[in-house]
Design a protein around this ligand. Structure first.
Ligand code: TYC
Length: 103
């Protein structure tokens, strides 16, 4: 093997970051105290639904216990959950939202 045939193995292998960002579901939970109209108002104000969609999501959570509101990247999902819970806390209602990673 001559000098020119030296094989150099790089110490650092760079893996291109091409993974799709993980998505998070925002979930709304039913409770016995928050008024239906208040739930719909929060859905419209924070998640920008129209009134028909807000009503459908609220009724689904009311009847089934929970409902997926929408899917976002982590930062946006967590910010919206905080905004929605702040509205509820301010008004003194136990309304609950969570952000959960999609499988
Ligand atoms: N169950 C509440 C009531 O009867 C209304 C409600 C619906 C509360 C959906 C929370 O996620 C919810 N006043």
């Amino acid at each position: 093997m001559s000098q020119d045939d030296t094989v150099i193995t790089p110490k650092t292998v760079i893996k291109p970051k091409v993974d799709k960002p993980k998505l998070y579901k925002v979930i709304l939970f039913n409770d016995d105290y928050t008024p239906r109209e208040f739930v719909e108002m929060v859905l419209q104000a924070v998640f920008r639904t129209g009134d028909a969609v807000a009503h459908r999501i609220m009724i689904t959570a009311h009847q089934k216990g929970s409902c997926v509101v929408s899917v976002y990247t982590r930062d946006i999902a967590e910010t919206k959950v905080k905004e929605a819970m702040d509205y509820a806390k301010e008004a003194g209602f136990p309304l609950m939202f969570t952000a959960e990673p999609e499988e």
